[in-house]
Write a protein that binds this ligand. Sequence first.
Ligand code: AMP
Ligand code: MG
Length: 488
Amino acid sequence: MLNDSPIRLQRYHALPKIMFSESNTSGSSTPSLIELNENLLKEYGIDSGWFKSKKGLMTLAGNDTELMNSPLAMAYSGHQFGHWVPILGDGRAHMLGQMKTYNDSLIDVQLKGSGRTNYSRGGDGRATLGSVLREYLISEAMAGLSIPTTRALAIIKTGDMVQRENIVSSAILVRTAASHIRVGTFQYASATQQVSVIKALADFVINQHFPEIEQHDDKYVALLNKVIEQQAELIAKWMLVGFIHGVMNTDNMSIVSETIDYGPCAFMDTFKSNRVFSSIDRYGRYAWDQQATIAVWNLNRLAETFLPLLDLKTKSAIVIVEEQLAKFTSKFNLFLQQGLIKKFGFHERTGKHLEFINDSLMMLSKQKIDFTLFFNYLTNVNKGDTEGLFLELFSDREKGIMWLNEWQKLKSDNPEIKLAMRQVNPVFIARNHQVEKAIRAAEDYGDYSLFKRFAKSLINPFEVSSDNEEFNFPPTPEEIITQTFCGT
Ligand code: AMP
Ligand code: MG
């Protein structure tokens, strides 16, 4: 059975041919398996035997596509930093196909960094080992925090070098996802100016991911509504853990609202509402507090592609779309407020509570307080711990004492709310300086031990354990990382 790949389907063949391009992988000279996410395979209910076999390694390294469905690269367009790019597509990724999970859901298996395709433009089709390790860690962190995300199933070191700023090792990330269709995929379909192509894509998405709306009177409005709602929830979830995606271009926004494409993303340490990490985001377009605005901008681009599909019996297409888009802000605000209420250990959402939360966030920023530790220690105080550690977070201790007094008046004493507070306030996150340390050790010394320890502990960020102790603390002043680079 070991030669039997669990990747048995290729559902994207059902899309119009213009939406993808069959493409062979380039292969790796001396492939080695750096990491296999056995936890994830367990979640899927898929045996790990094939992935550990020689055949599995050769397939994931792009060396053996025999017995596989023909790999393909998907076409998409995108607005990158607001600029329209009509042809992007998988320039260095190959969709191998889908696996079936224990409950018959289909999961895409894609190789990222597996060679050039029709969409590579000037690129080499490869990914650096550093960027692959980074995506593995941060997507695992997101999964651990219960935030919808594409997953990292394995890392294959290719044995080949690539030229970036320096010459560095390349690797392949085996990425899994519920879907690899992006807002940019719809933009590409729309740019063909064939309504049949847009319709086929929308019907495919409904059939694969939202079958419950198939019989809906106006299923395309319903689809738009689903995407808007899920994106509003996703962005709120990012913000509640201090996550900044960094490149929210329309090609990096999934139609099923999984976080996708981990480039210069980061979790913030000290809180600042307009925090930016990406070295290429010079104007703060994708700052922490801009993410909802940008999501709406991106969803507007998606909605435009839906216009030809809408039933215009009663209203104009533009009015229909605007009604849907208007829902984003109220949904997003509700998700964000509800999340913050839980983080602070409140159970009411009154004006007074919300005002206190707003003031507190401003205070966090002024006092340069670590976002994760603040809520982690506050959770402990609410559980009955002494206030010492919490107060140490404040540069002005008196301010801390005053703040706690105000908070005591508003917080809930309901034991269930206290417990729920831990479920939304992680003990630790994938901090930048730790991610960088793990990458440096692997890239510079071939030492993956820190990466492996980190990856293992990220899956359970809500419990203090000896496994995660070393990852709990913010960077020392020398360790602070203020910028992240694409380093792709
Ligand atoms: P990203 O910044 O990873 O979201 O990629 C943006 C676009 O550039 C996508 O179309 C990628 O496929 C393409 N791309 C990124 N890196 C490479 C590379 N090394 N070779 C070819 N295409 C690439
Ligand atoms: Mg991308």
